[in-house]
Design a binder for this molecule. Structure first.
Ligand SMILES: Cc1cc2nc3c(=O)[nH]c(=O)nc-3n(C[C@H](O)[C@H](O)[C@H](O)COP(=O)(O)OP(=O)(O)OC[C@H]3O[C@@H](n4cnc5c(N)ncnc54)[C@H](O)[C@@H]3O)c2cc1C
Length: 481
């Protein structure tokens, strides 16, 4: 366990030290944030040491909602996660305490109500999370309560655990991955058998899916139970074909575990262990993707501003949403006239999730071919993605916009070439763009090539921009001649 702070000195410490009337406190608060699970949960296991009572706490903080979290798809998934967590705790004799309000104030209040002398939580990487952690530590200390922060709860390798000699983080994935792969991984922890929660700590109601408007129709269900079932089935059925199939849009063999990793219903430490145990090329490729997740987290931890500003500026004078209104609307609604782009954007809207290859080519299309500010696209993704995640979303957008960590910042993905490579028989396009269901590959990827009555029979828009024109605009903007 990697805990920050001297845990042993906190054990048994108590405000009772100065007040002989009070009994020694034996209660810990476990603050759940992006780690909504019972398996492999270091803060929970540490809090339960010595048979302590615990208060499992989740705080619904309006500041997090205000920062753009509160979009319907993620709120629905969160509701599933919290009710599953509560059910899991009840099976073990406990329950989840839910509070609404400023996280720091609520944690202090709950600690005081429960007579707790320590709080355990996972660390996180965003600027908001780190400022909040500092505030919480100071407020708890003022009340004589110690905060223990655990750092391999939401990642396999903690930000800063590996760094090049002259910097606080890796800016290039390949050397990062080499170091990441050599790091010792802690053993996954089992779920606790029993949990005792002290009486008298009040809870607000659990949030629920019902009443949430604007949900994606095909949204996946959340919760640790669901995540573990999916993980086991996927490792058994699909891991072996992952290396070959992970870019095949229609094949859809990727794990779809991203929302579970985002909400922490699954632990990446456990995923790495289980994949490595299964072994093979599929496992290696999957573990590499988990390292990409940690890579972006260590970049964001070192450069929190990269959530909103260019990690490496290319002096772009992007078209704003207002300047490119019609193009942006067509992109969002999946009617750019490029079938593969439109298919992926419609998958996003319908499922609140999109295949990685779709994310790459729709991001390239917006930022490079349409030359629209990457923040317009990343905001739209965050409005819909159930796995919408500041580190992964913003830094992948920057990677594709060429302002991030890509060593080839001017690469432009050609949507037709990409479509022919990753959806060779057109099944993905036909699945998501019903107007094109009667077409076979390759014309399904280039319907503008149809002539006469064949073209008239297809109710589908012409391309918003010709690819050579888009490429010229981008090259001029980047000063590439
Ligand atoms: C423009 C753009 C935006 C993205 N936004 C997000 C986002 O908001 N949240 C998010 O979790 N991922 C994001 N990704 C990364 C990736 O597309 C998704 O993690 C992946 O598609 C999720 O599907 P999966 O769980 O089936 O992935 P798998 O292929 O099964 O991979 C397993 C896990 O590895 C991690 N992973 C995979 N690819 C990447 C990657 N390129 N970067 C970082 N981690 C990765 C994810 O946690 C994923 O669940 C984005 C990628 C792009 C190009």
């Amino acid at each position: 366990m990697a805990a920050v702070g001297d845990k042993s000195s906190a054990r048994g410490a108590s405000k009772a030290g100065s007040d002989p009337e009070m009994v020694t406190m034996n209660v810990s608060v476990v603050l759940f944030t992006s780690d909504l699970r019972l398996h492999d949960h270091p803060p929970l296991r540490a809090a339960l040491e010595d048979g302590r009572e615990i208060v499992p706490l989740f705080v619904r903080d309006p500041a997090v909602d205000g920062a753009g979290f509160a979009v319907p798809n993620r709120l629905a998934f969160l509701a599933d996660c919290l009710s599953d967590l509560d059910a899991g705790l009840r099976e073990r004799g406990g329950r989840l305490v839910v509070r609404h309000g400023d996280l720091v104030g609520e944690v202090c209040r709950v600690a005081a109500e429960a007579g707790a002398d320590e709080v355990h939580m996972a660390t996180d990487v965003s600027g908001h999370a780190r400022r909040r952690e500092d505030r919480l530590r100071r407020a708890l200390e003022a009340d004589g309560v110690r905060l223990h922060v655990h750092d391999t709860v939401n990642v396999a390798v903690a930000p800063g655990a590996v760094a090049p000699a002259a910097s606080d983080h890796f800016a290039v994935f390949t050397p990062y991955f080499r170091h990441w792969s050599q790091q010792p991984l802690r053993e996954p922890l089992g779920a606790p058998r029993t949990v005792r929660v002290p009486d008298g700590v009040g809870s607000g109601s659990l949030p629920s899916r019902s009443g949430l408007a604007g949900l994606s129709e095909g949204l996946a269900a959340g919760g640790e139970t669901e995540g573990r079932t999916r993980l086991t089935a996927w490792l058994r059925d699909e891991l072996a074909s992952y290396e070959e199939g992970h870019d095949d849009l229609a094949g859809d063999v990727t794990s779809r575990l991203s929302p579970h990793l985002h909400f922490g219903t699954l632990s990446s430490v456990e995923l790495v262990h289980r994949a490595r145990r299964a072994g093979g090329a599929g496992a290696d490729a999957f573990v590499r993707q988990l390292a990409w997740r940690d890579f972006h987290r260590q970049v964001l931890a070192a450069r929190p501003d990269a959530a909103v500003s260019d990690y490496r500026t290319r002096n772009d004078r992007w078209r704003s949403e207002a300047e490119a209104r019609e193009d942006v609307e067509a992109w969002k609604e999946g009617r750019t006239g490029y079938p593969i782009v439109d298919a992926a954007m419609r998958q996003l809207r319908y499922e609140g999730w999109m295949h990685n290859r779709g994310r790459l080519l729709t991001a390239s299309f917006l930022a490079k071919t349409l030359y629209v500010d990457w923040r317009v696209g990343s905001r739209y993704f965050l409005d819909l993605l159930v796995d919408g995640d500041v580190a992964n979303n913003q830094l992948n957008w920057q990677w594709m916009a060429g302002t991030g960590t890509d060593s080839r910042p001017n690469r432009v993905l050609n949507p037709v070439t990409q479509a022919k490579r990753y959806d060779p028989d057109g099944a993905y396009v036909r699945r998501w763009v019903p107007e094109l269901r009667s077409l076979e590959a390759p014309v399904v990827h280039e319907p503008w090539k149809l002539r006469g009555l064949d073209r008239a029979a297809v109710d589908y828009p012409d391309p918003v921009v010709g690819l050579p024109d888009g490429l010229d605009r981008f090259k001029r903007a980047r000063g590439l001649g």
